[in-house]
Write a new protein. Sequence first.
Length: 677
Amino acid sequence: MKKNIIYIASLVLLLTCILTSCDDYLDREPLSSISPEGYFKNADQLLAYTNEIYSRVMPDNGGNSYGLYESDQGTDNQIKSDAVPSKYDDGVWKVGQSGGGWSFETIYRCNYFFSMVNPKFGEQLDGSENTIQGDLSSIRHYIGEMYTLRALTYFNIYQSFGDFPIITEPLNDNLLVLTEASKRSPRNEVARFILSDLDKAIEFLSSKDLETTRINRDVALLIKSRVALYEGSWLKNFKGTAFVPNGEGWPGKQKDYNANYQFPSGNIDNEINWFLEQAVSASKEVAEKYKGSLTKNTGVFPQNTSEPNNPYYDMYISVDLSSYKEVMLWRRYAPALKMHGIPIAANTGNNATGVSRSYVQNFLMADGKPVYAHGTYADGDGYYMGDKSLANVRVNRDTRLSVFLQEPGQDNMINGTTGSNIYYIVPFPDILGLGQYRYPTGYVLRKALSTDIAMYLKGNEAYTAVPVYRAVEALLNYMEASYELTGRLDETAREYWKIIRQRAHVSDDIDGTIAATDMSQEANNDWAAYTAGKLIDPVLYNIRRERRCEFIAEGLRYMDLCRWRAMDQLMIKPYIPEGIHFWNTPMQQEVDASKIVCDGSTQSNLSSSESSEYIRPFQKNSSQRCYNGFIWHMAHYLEPIAVKHFLITSSDGVSVEDSPIYQNPYWPTVPNMPAEK
């Protein structure tokens, strides 16, 4: 920590990162002459510093990967070819000697900003003593952005560790000071701190319509609803365990500074309600503003130029998203600045990331009923067509599936001259392919597959925009938070749910869906059918299902599964990921049989029909990790803290027990050791 602080301080004082990326906004002083006293003097300098923090906090979609759209891999939604996350194996995820996410670098940079700017703006933060040159509303806005960015930084870290130190100042390079600052605040206090930063941001940020590549007031409100829902649902679902303050075995009790901790609201039930109330209030404010502005979905992916474009699809392939009001914040890419390879990955197997069978089966039919209400998975009743072909599985389904799931023979509608490695007509998935071109499950997404030939001709130099926050989340957050708070669907939740269903071209007979839901069947498709190893009620389950189906490959799945405590059942019954129904179906004829090796040897490239008629990516041979399925350990809901952090904060540098830091539940404080439970 001491070394990191010295390094960070030198970087910040020199401001070299800012000069490199944002020197258009700076006074052109020589590097040697820059000092804190000579900086933060005008609005442009605040903007430049804030821009550098944006680059640290916002999602990065560079390189040749599928970017954001492969970040659900390692859940029940997506499978990465031959890549089993260590969290689902036994004894593989271990405590590190050093490294990990226990870091304060970006927090320090945010705090440095406030230490320099707040005194110049006015101790009461009302601008009454402002000495910073420039437009006052812009200055206030950049301060609000920084509060949001610090909140997001804390939110990302707290999802990994729960309890965490709350630090609001750039600390001096003093071991005693740094050690004292290492004391972990209970997770709900961290969440409250994040919300307080967001409340400040909401006060400072402009409410007028700004360019949506920057944070504004509505974005901060949406983030507030996400954070509050996260903590409220976590406290509710982990109540009484070591993962919440004062729960049985909570490690915070081992330290004097947390031994007598009391919830600010009096008890954990009040605390749960407080967070859920915060989520309800913030989400409703956003939802009411945007509920009539969700992007239109025609329900189809056009197959000829006479068909109209589908704006819902185009929302993920456009270069400029400023006309999509639903997209509250998006990341811009541009030639010669920052580009990515997302369209190429979407066109060639999603960078070896496949959608799971359980995810596909979880989408409702257009009549609002689950697939099992219409026959077996293999042979439907004529409305559900079964899953023996990639065409059939899309028929009469929720259009979020049929629009984004590729079907062999469809036209990708890419305009321009044919180029190499560009599929204009969707091929049968190359389930035997190598490296990034393998289709591990046979199910592949079309999401973010551009229809512009220019995005493919120069390798990883596409510049389509990437949505970061969409307003539909506010509707979903309200539905869940209000139901968790009251145990019933109020009229507002029903209204929001119908709006989402209607856009997806699914029957808005919500009660009909709930009545047709068989939780024992849903348990086969969805980890979120469970909380704490027990099946939940059909209403809450269908709220969770709606969220899963709306955020296809948008990186929210693991966050949701953790706060729902939806992996306990894997400790009893492992999950075996599956893909398309390949064996004994017409799809088997699409692959050259002479190239298939399925004898269980190390040369096998496909799972055998003896294990399942469905492709099982991790059962090609018994030497594969997780051959018998994904398993879970309770400790894995949070990350372990590396041993180094205990040692550098102990008085003698040797005794882990002497550190003010405590380890997360069921993780040891010995390096290279796995979870204890």
